[in-house]
Structures are given as C-alpha cells and as structure tokens.
Design a protein around this ligand. Sequence first.
Ligand code: AMP
Ligand code: GLY
Length: 424
Amino acid sequence: MNILVIGSGAREHALVWKIRQSPKVREIYCSPGNPGIGELAECLPMRATALEGLLDFAKQQQIDLTVVGPEQPLADGIVDLFEANGMKIFGPTKRAAELEWSKAFAKEFMQRHGIPTARYKKFTASQSAEANDYISRSSMPVVLKADGLAAGKGVLVCSSREQAVASFEEMKRQFGAAGDTIVVEEFLEGEEASVFAICDGKDFVMLAPAQDHKRVFDGDRGKNTGGMGAYAPAPIVTPDILRDVEEKIIKPTLTGMASEGRPYKGCLYVGLMITTGGPKVIEYNCRFGDPETQVVLPLLNSDIVELFDATCEGRIGELRSNIAHSQSAVCVVLASGGYPDEYPTGIEIDGLDELAGVNNVLVFHAGTKLQGSTLVTAGGRVLGVTAIKSDLAGAIEDAYNAVGKISFAGVHYRRDIGKKAFVH
Ligand code: AMP
Ligand code: GLY
C-alpha cells in the first residue's frame, strides 16, 4: 500500500515509524512532515490544511490509505472530501469530529447519552449576566472552556469567582469565533489519564492507557503546555476502571454517535479524570494525542496499517483478539527554553547520532528543521525521547540516559516523567 500521513509533529513521526514496520507498505508520504519523518518517508511541501491539494496528490500517487494526525483538517472536513472522492482515509468526518471542535456539542451529547462528565452550563458571549449569576452559585474552582478549537489554550481553571467572571470576558475577546460560546463547568478532582479507542463506527479496540504531563515544571507546576512527557501503560487505569471506561464511556459514545447519524470512525481520544466516583470525561479529541502517541504506538504488538485498514472497512471486530500491548514506555519531551511562552528557534541540536544504535530508544521529532545539513530547533516542543523496556522504572532510566546525550542551548525538560505511576 501507498500511505499518506498528514501532519508535522512528533505524533506524526510516531505514526510514520509504526506504519513503516508494516509489511503491507510500499511508499509512505507525509505532508508536510519534518526532518525526522524525512528519514522514513517522503515529505511534501503542503500544509495539513490544504485539503484540495492533498486530495489531488493522493489521487495522482495512488494513495491507498491516508492517515490524519491533527484536528484542524478533520474539523475542516478532510475525511468527507476524501471519501466523496472514493479515497480511503483514517479519521472521523467533520460531523463526527464535532466531539472535539465544539465543547458545547460534546457536553450536550454526553448529557443526552448519560456519559459521566463534569456538570456544566453553556453561555453565549452576550450572556455575561447569566454567566455571572451561574458562577456566583458555583463552588470554586470552576473551569471555563471556549467552545471551538483553540490550539489547547481554550481552557481556564479559575480559583475565585472574580477570576472566573473576568476570564469569561477575556475569553470572548481572545478566541474570536471559538469563544462565541463558553462552557462553564464543575472542577473535577482526581488524576488524569488518556485513552485511545480505535473505532470503526460501531466497534472499537483500546490501545494502552497513558498519562500525559501537561504542566511545564516538575511536580505539575507552572503553565499548561501541549504535553511535556507521557508514559504507558498507566496503572491508574486499573482493569476495573478500564472496563468502566469501555462500558460507560466508549460504548455509549459510539452508539450515541451512530444513533445521531454521525458514526465515529478513527481514533477517539478520551481525556479522563479518574475521580472517586469513577472515570469522567474531561474532553474528547478526534485524533491521536501528543505526546501519548509516542508511548502508546511503540507498545502495540500488531500491524497498525491492518488496524487502520480494518477501521476504514468497518471490520475492527475481526482484529480484536490480535490487539495487544506489552512492556512499558516513557517519553520525555525536550522543549525550547521559554516554552510555552516565547522561545528562540534556529538553535543547533547535538547528540542525536550517539543514540542511533540504542535499540530501545526512539527520538521523535516535533519542532525541528534542517538548515543546510544542520538540525536546528523550530518549535516549542523540539524532540520526544521514548524508551521502551519490560518495566517502567527501567524505561525511565533509559529515557533520561538518552536525554542526557542530546543538547541544545536553553533546552528544558521535566525530570519527573512517569514518577506518578509509582504512587499506584
Ligand atoms: P482540555 O483542553 O479540555 O484537556 O483541558 C486542559 C486541562 O484543563 C485538562 O488537562 C485538565 O488538567 C484541566 N481541566 C479541564 N477540565 C477540567 C475539569 N472539569 N476539572 C478539572 N480540570 C479540568
Ligand atoms: N496530549 C494532549 C493532546 O494531544 O491534546
């Protein structure tokens, strides 16, 4: 098969790496890709949001399967466009992806189908008085969410009513159309976990549960980021909790979406809060998560191309018994100094050659680029260093040993990725 992967981050690098292992694969193209991906696939100079150009390319190159990494092309309807042209593509349609691109839709959907989530109320931008009244009757902290896609920045946890009221006004200004509707919801206490369900519209298989580390500094301090590291499997998701997630969240989501005429096909990424009252949904994403993908895919024992193909053809049930994972993986993200605020780019990256021969360590590129033949930084999250081992403690040790070999001026990373696991 010829495969096209859309996107340019470490998530897409991990996808391409896993796809490369399939004996079914001939050529892999990635648009736009990055220098790490370029070692495994042919990168195309097209943005992920240039849908018509991507379709033309897929037709010309006889692409047998397209895999979409980021949410924006899904929200823009890339799956609808490809399918209307008879092209096989892994991902949800625009209407199914509304679970991610409208938080208000997602909350109402969960309410309709009895899926456990935080209590909430939604307000339009003009309903400041009603929102203030609701906030004044809510217990603190309270969480404000812009309805639309906001590149991971549309959520604010407010510890006081004054802050919440001010944030409501601020969100309206900051997020444009994405902030036309704002969800105000109950703060859930607990520990977070990420699960990926690969869904074919009616059936699903689960990949290894993972845990992200969203805050920039050790001990979960500082600002929220795209994710500073991850590990899998996450022991907080015990077999009992996983069963609850499948029965009370994944199954009703799939039947609910199908009954509403929006069958969900693709990766359903559920951000969970594991509360004392069981797992609750913090958010749905309609794609693979990053950095979680960098630890989940290396643990998957099966052919991902077969899995994606079965998903597109609605026969995921046939593969269920083949889907298994083993070992543990941890990924440490190396970020530019200053991230998630302003940071410099174009800084030379050293040491990657030293890791080329280490067979349980993978270095996934996020924000890198080639300047001539020199690899330099080009984003906030620069590299993800993943180590795989039979036990998590060993994986952590190997990941940090590898991290120690890589250097660039100003590099910042957390030193405590995976530590949370040992509490359980
Ligand atoms: P999201 O973009 O929806 O994943 O939200 C970003 C982060 O905000 C989450 O990873 C949580 O840490 C936090 N968060 C969102 N909603 C809630 C909630 N209802 N209760 C507690 N924390 C939340
Ligand atoms: N790990 C967070 C995300 O991919 O949204």
